[in-house]
Design a binder for this molecule. Structure first.
Ligand code: TMP
Length: 209
């Protein structure tokens, strides 16, 4: 008998919300329990497209907003076969940013709207769950200064947060990321367990218009 598919479990949020830490903790916890799971992150800076994105984020190159938006999306599309194969083979993917970051960040720029930004994402594998780690500005400030990458500025991050709120649907889970790391981890593990149970036997769907 074929085993069950993996789940596509996506973390979203502004910069410094603690997504990477929580993703890594979740992967470790799942692997220890014998649930095959892998970490994945977007942008994946290791691919040919990812290298251009990396140069853009480090401000080594300038690109028109629409062009760079399509590159971020293409970066997901170049990994779409990998995502589908891993899920089909039973590996759960714990993903650090996905299409929603693509839209929330690009649409925070002048002249870019949510609908235009969403179009290239249509047809990508749809997550079984999206967790939005929501950090208050006070706690974010305590985590130190922003780095030097593009987008790491308070005003811009405010717009991104408001875009995330516009994108969320009833299936999203908004998580209070001000909590201590360990408490957050326990809450997230609980959510994963219920998503894992409820997704058994369900096909992988795709993002729609
Ligand atoms: P990172 O800090 O998670 O590596 O992400 C790098 C930056 O890229 C972060 O500021 C969010 C932004 N971003 C986009 O603008 N579009 C996207 O599609 C993704 C995945 C990230």
């Amino acid at each position: 008998m074929m085993g069950r598919r993996g789940v596509l479990f996506v973390f979203e949020g502004c910069d410094r919300a603690g997504k990477t830490t929580q993703c890594r903790m979740l992967v470790d916890a799942l692997c220890k329990r014998g649930i095959p799971a892998e970490y994945m992150n977007f942008p994946d800076r290791s691919t040919a497209i990812g290298k251009i994105i990396n140069d853009y984020l480090l401000k080594k190159v300038e690109l028109p907003d629409k062009a760079v938006h399509l590159l971020f999306s293409a970066n997901r599309w170049e990994l779409e076969p990998v995502i589908k194969n891993k899920l089909a083979s039973g590996v759960s993917l714990i993903v650090d940013r996905y299409s929603y970051s693509g839209v929330a960040f690009s649409a925070a720029k002048k002249g870019m709207d949510l609908k235009w930004c969403w179009n290239p994402e249509i047809g990508l594998p749809e997550p079984d769950a999206v967790l939005l780690l929501n950090l208050t500005e006070e706690v974010s400030a305590k985590r130190g200064d922003f780095g030097l990458e593009r987008y790491e500025a308070t005003d811009f991050q405010r717009k991104v947060k408001s875009n995330f709120m516009d994108l969320k649907d009833s299936l999203w889970k908004i998580i209070d990321a001000d909590k201590p790391v360990e408490n957050l981890h326990v809450e997230i593990l609980d959510i994963f367990n219920s998503v894992y149970e409820s997704s058994a036997g369900k096909p992988i769907t795709v993002l729609k218009a």
